[in-house]
Design a protein around this ligand. Structure first.
Ligand SMILES: Cc1cc2nc3c(=O)[nH]c(=O)nc-3n(C[C@H](O)[C@H](O)[C@H](O)COP(=O)(O)OP(=O)(O)OC[C@H]3O[C@@H](n4cnc5c(N)ncnc54)[C@H](O)[C@@H]3O)c2cc1C
Length: 320
């Protein structure tokens, strides 16, 4: 049995692609994942309130939003398999895909939506204060009342850290940028913006080592990476800006990736370097990394796949 379309991943990109494919009467099989690159439903399953997804004027809980997307994909005929894909062979056609539970399928078209994982420091106290002061996304969580007029810390020294620090000055009274070394890796222009910003204080040679508080984060212990001295920083927020790891290990020898491991897509499309394979969501996006952009590219990928399969009409049967 050869599947018309297999979608790998079940975040906003994967479920949106499944909804659009189903609406186009394209029988679709989705590997939702299990534990390899996050959990079924993706990154939003690990958060509470999502305040910026259009259509929810009062916000929506991340898991509820994903449950709704899942139901919508099922309603349009997607077959969902809660399992990790552990091997792919894109050198043969139809493409071969194998899952951890030993399911082997062949596919005429594949959409990859395996997302990315925000890097964490795994500090003592991190689990307790995750979503209660600790976050890995300033755009997602900066407007949380927890941070309004508070002092907060951002960890990192690259472009993302600098951008997050600048962004967070909209809400926080003061932003402490914790930089492990004595230089920023961000562009010169961004560095100047940070150096000249009165609300941003840079702590060179500094790394957080533990998080403390009651119900919410109240302070972070930091260590001077040169002297080893430990001190307390009273902050209500700690934002990690130490990078993301795209979930592309599976595709390393199969598809063209960029130097950071994100799948390369072509121009304004979600097409990869192999015809018949598309990539959507955070797995191919190192810039925006939002639920709405993931859903948007999931939609694009499904439309492109449907068009491509229609062009190959000789061997495709459409059925819901
Ligand atoms: C704590 C947190 C809060 C956030 N808050 C917001 C917010 O408020 N607003 C916003 O717009 N964005 C927010 N984001 C970002 C948003 O969650 C992501 O941009 C979005 O989820 C990306 O969607 P995606 O579909 O590309 O991938 P993901 O959501 O990362 O989903 C990837 C999927 O792929 C699956 N997968 C991975 N590997 C495999 C495999 N080998 N086989 C099968 N399946 C696999 C995973 O199980 C998962 O289902 C937040 C992120 C985090 C971490």
């Amino acid at each position: 049995m050869v599947e018309n379309l297999v979608i790998i991943g079940s975040g906003p990109a994967g479920y949106t692609a499944a909804i659009y494919a189903g609406r186009a009467q394209l029988k679709t099989l989705v590997f939702e994942g299990f534990c390899v690159g996050g959990i079924p439903g993706g990154q939003l399953m690990t958060t509470t309130e999502v305040e910026n997804y259009p259509g929810f004027s009062e916000g929506v809980q991340g898991p509820k939003l994903m449950q709704q997307m899942r139901q919508q994909a099922l309603r349009w005929g997607a077959m969902l398999i809660t399992d990790d894909v552990i091997a792919v062979d894109f050198t043969q056609y139809p493409f071969a895909i194998a899952s951890a539970d030993l399911l082997e399928v062949k596919a005429r078209a594949v959409i990859i939506c395996t997302g990315a994982t925000a890097k964490r420091l795994h500090l003592p106290g991190e689990e307790k204060f995750w979503n209660n002061g600790i976050s890995a996304c300033a755009i997602c969580d900066g407007a949380n009342p927890l941070f309004e007029n508070a002092e907060i810390a951002v960890v990192g020294g690259g472009d993302s850290a600098v951008e997050e620090a600048l962004y967070l000055t909209k809400y926080a009274r003061k932003v402490h940028l914790l930089v492990r070394s004595v230089r920023l890796r961000a562009s010169k222009t961004m560095q100047e913006r940070v150096f000249n910003h009165t609300q941003i204080h840079i702590h060179w040679h500094s790394s957080p080592i533990s998080a403390h508080g009651d119900k919410v984060l109240r302070r972070v212990q930091i260590r001077n990476t040169q002297t080893g001295a430990v001190s307390n920083l009273p902050v209500g927020g700690l934002f990690y800006a130490i990078g993301h790891t795209p979930n592309t290990q599976l595709f390393q020898d199969q598809l063209e990736l960029d130097e950071a491991g994100y799948i390369k897509t072509q121009g304004k499309s979600t097409a990869t370097n192999i015809p018949g394979i598309w990539a959507a969501g955070d797995v191919q996006d190192r810039v925006y990394r939002q639920a709405i952009t993931a859903a948007g590219t999931g939609c694009m990928a499904a439309l492109e796949a449907e068009r491509w399969l229609s062009e190959q009409r000789s061997f495709v049967t459409f059925a819901v």
